[in-house]
Design a protein around this ligand. Structure first.
Ligand code: 5GP
Length: 183
């Protein structure tokens, strides 16, 4: 896709779904909750690249207790629309997570397929605890039995961009979440 033309780039941002102010307020609250729950515990925030990088950057700065940051990237393979699949970890954590309380910081849960495989893999490594925190949740689209421990915004079944989320690698740097329209 060629979106270097500013006019067509802008035209595809259909409407702002979640504003910068709303994101900021929800993330400040989530950070304070993490402070209260994990104080005094070894905490590792794990983000799955690339979509969650902006959320992790802001969430980690809303947390004031000591914590470590880790990144993973995963490629998943499924047959058609089935829920069973395989995941290959293309970028892995450097920490031994058996020493940490782990929070997976995710951008969006859609079908839930990839995240359920990544969570399964992390559980096998015996973390002290494992929770999933997602910025956005599209529950209507779920094909596996996966529930986030906390989701900041539940959204309808629309394709969204911005705040880390892309369309063909564009729009990740929008400071808000918007609905995408191919017009
Ligand atoms: P799942 O395995 O839950 O179907 O896929 C989740 C991944 O698909 C997300 O981490 C994200 O990269 C991508 N995804 C799902 N829904 C959307 C969406 O509405 N917009 C964008 N940009 N990516 C999405």
């Amino acid at each position: 896709m060629q979106l270097t033309d500013p006019e067509s780039y802008r035209a595809r941002i259909q409407r702002i779904m979640i504003s910068e102010e709303e994101l900021k307020a929800a993330i400040a609250k989530a950070g304070a909750e993490i402070d209260a729950e994990y104080a005094g515990k070894p905490l590792l925030l794990v983000s799955i690249l690339k979509g969650a990088f902006v959320f992790l950057a802001d969430l980690s700065r809303a947390v004031s207790i000591p914590c470590e940051i880790g990144f993973m990237q995963a490629q998943s393979y499924f047959e058609g629309t089935t829920s069973s699949g395989k995941v290959s970890i293309t970028l892995d954590l450097t920490q031994d997570i058996s020493q940490y309380h782990v929070i997976i910081v995710e951008d969006i849960i859609d079908t839930g397929r990839t995240l359920s495989l990544v969570a399964e893999e992390l559980r096998r490594r015996n973390p002290l605890s494992l929770r999933i925190l997602t910025l956005l949740d599209k529950p209507e689209r779920r094909v596996v039995d996966l529930k986030a421990d906390k989701s900041l915004f539940t959204i309808p079944d629309a394709f969204v961009i911005g705040y880390g989320l892309d369309c063909a690698e564009y729009y990740r740097n929008l400071p808000y979440i918007a609905e995408y329209a191919e017009n």
